[in-house]
Design a protein around this ligand. Structure first.
Ligand code: NDP
Length: 485
């Protein structure tokens, strides 16, 4: 792979980067996967100009035409899966199970879902209203429609964990609704997204409808947010989301922000402990905890605390850490040396605050790779940094509660509000608790998703919702059209 050349995709052309390239590193082997292009600010602006030029014609295409093109794009993408799966695996360090399913096939699923949704009419009919004569105009029966219009040029800025899937979650609904896009993948793993543009070219999307720029630092992303765009759709950390919102606010740009999380998992005394362990254990077993929705903060009823910790410790202790290409590996590396150091320094803060390491705490003894051992911290209280800050790694912390109100208060006691979980055998209690959690999503007795449900965060976890048809709505503006009957 190291000899493959990657270029920017702007206005339907493959463009040499004006600032050279930088190395994308495999987090397991620490070897260079390939050089990614370093876009200049001028090239970011070229991409935005191309998207601006392409917008009028693309937005006027019929929804059926856009849907058909998105299906062709999904076909062209699927033909490339044998080539893209190893590439995305190498740049993310994902285990093969994660790479083949969520890194790749989910991307095609998203394009097909929005290709179909594009063909439906998403305008909202309104009943006619009898209006009296006024100083403004003659009265009568006035009809109205809330029409959905595309927002315009959308900057899609994504994080490093699931590069293709995150890109698809933004680009597919945005294009389906008639917007044009400039994509800026994360610097750590942009290669598969650059290759994806080959599928865009083959499918015959008009030049400028889809553009990709990449860079190793914040310059490209910053330039994109400040450019002549209409909307920023950003998934990433809360501090970067705040900076983007400040900058976008000056130009009144529309925002969809999917930010960090610190998922609480409340386990009641009647909860299915085996189910809870499997769900909470996904923080270790699913992409090394590099997922914003992970149930990383267990809030256990005192009567089941010891039993739950014992089961979680046994689960974590048996997970094989190592080469993501090996069939039996469950926990691969985190994305980079920098991220491993972030996780380790937060663990050290936990140690100093008095948290106990039931499992983990040492670096795995492996020759290469940015590994963090699955770690379980107990004796944690909400005032500790390990209870408040996001790890984005394979670390679970455990707190204790005595009654329902305390569990809810603890769960709500962080700045985040993205995804919480409740384990209880009592359906009424599960629902009652869910309704009191200040969180955009709540799983009762499951970590499974429903992709048709709206997805997004309360509080510092973001602004806006996507998922299912809500994804299309996110990339539209409502326009009221009224007429006399
Ligand atoms: P970052 O916020 O560091 O980066 C995300 C993207 O923003 C990258 O493409 C980055 O590229 C870009 N960026 C950074 N600074 C700026 C800027 N000033 N202007 C414009 N763009 C900028 O997140 P990570 O990649 O480290 O991802 C991990 C974070 O993402 C976690 O906090 C996690 O919770 C969150 N996340 C949230 C999800 C959700 O749906 N809520 C899902 C997945 C992850 P560059 O650095 O090159 O500029």
């Amino acid at each position: 792979m190291a000899d493959q050349t990657f270029r920017l995709f702007i206005a339907g052309e493959w463009v040499e980067p004006s600032k050279g390239g930088y190395a994308v590193v495999n987090p397991a082997t620490e070897q260079v996967v390939a050089e990614a292009p370093e876009a200049g600010v001028d090239q970011v602006n070229d991409a935005v100009a191309a998207a601006r030029d392409a917008f009028p014609a693309w937005s006027r295409r019929t929804p059926e035409e856009r849907g058909a093109l998105l299906h062709r794009l999904a076909d062209a993408f699927e033909r490339r899966i044998p080539e893209l799966a190893p590439l995305v695996q190498a740049e993310t360090g994902a285990t093969m199970r994660v790479a083949k399913t969520l890194q790749v096939t989910q991307c095609a699923v998203r394009f097909r879902r929005y290709a179909d949704l594009a063909k439906e009419n998403h305008d909202i009919p309104l009943p006619p209203s009898v209006m009296p004569n006024t100083a403004l105009a003659k009265g009568g029966l006035i009809g109205a429609l809330a029409a959905r219009q595309p927002v315009g040029v959308v900057a899609c800025i994504t994080p490093y964990n699931f590069p293709l899937t995150n890109m698809a979650g933004k680009v597919a609904p945005a294009l389906a609704m008639g917007n044009t896009v400039v994509v800026k993948p994360a610097p750590q793993d942009p290669l598969a997204v650059l290759k994806f543009a080959e599928a865009v070219e083959e499918a015959g999307l008009p030049p400028g409808v889809f553009n990709v720029v990449t860079g190793s630092g914040a310059d490209a992303g910053q330039a994109l947010v400040e450019a002549d765009i209409d909307m920023v759709s950003f998934t990433g950390s809360t501090p970067v989301g705040q900076r983007i919102a400040e900058s976008a606010g000056r130009g009144m740009k529309r925002l969809l922000l999917e930010l960090g999380g610190k998922g609480a998992a409340i386990v009641f005394d009647d909860g299915d402990l085996a189910g809870a362990v499997a769900g909470i254990g996904s923080t270790w077993s699913f992409h090394s905890g590099q997922i914003c929705t992970a149930p990383t903060r267990v809030i256990a009823h005192r009567s089941v605390h010891d039993q739950l910790v014992e089961k979680l410790a046994a689960y974590a202790g048996h997970l094989k850490v190592g080469d993501p290409l090996a069939d039996d590996t469950v926990v691969g590396p985190v994305i980079s040396q920098v991220q491993r150091e972030r996780v380790e320094s937060l663990l050290e803060a936990g140690r100093q605050d008095g948290a106990e390491f039931a499992v983990g705490g040492e670096r795995p003894d492996l020759e290469t790779g940015y590994y963090v051992a699955p770690t379980l911290l107990t004796g944690v209280t909400n005032d500790m940094r390990v209870a408040q800050d996001e790890f984005f790694g394979p670390v679970v912390v455990v707190e204790t509660f005595d009654d329902e109100d305390e569990a809810i208060a603890l769960a709500n006691g962080t700045a985040f509000g993205l995804y919480d979980y409740v384990w209880t055998a009592d359906a009424v209690r599960g629902y009652r608790v869910a309704r009191q959690l200040r969180s955009g999503n709540v799983g009762i007795n499951t970590v499974q998703r429903n992709h048709e449900a709206p997805f997004g965060g309360f509080k510092m976890s973001g602004v806006g919702r996507d998922g299912g048809v809500f994804g299309l709505h996110a990339y539209s503006e409502l326009q009221s059209i009224v007429w006399p009957s």
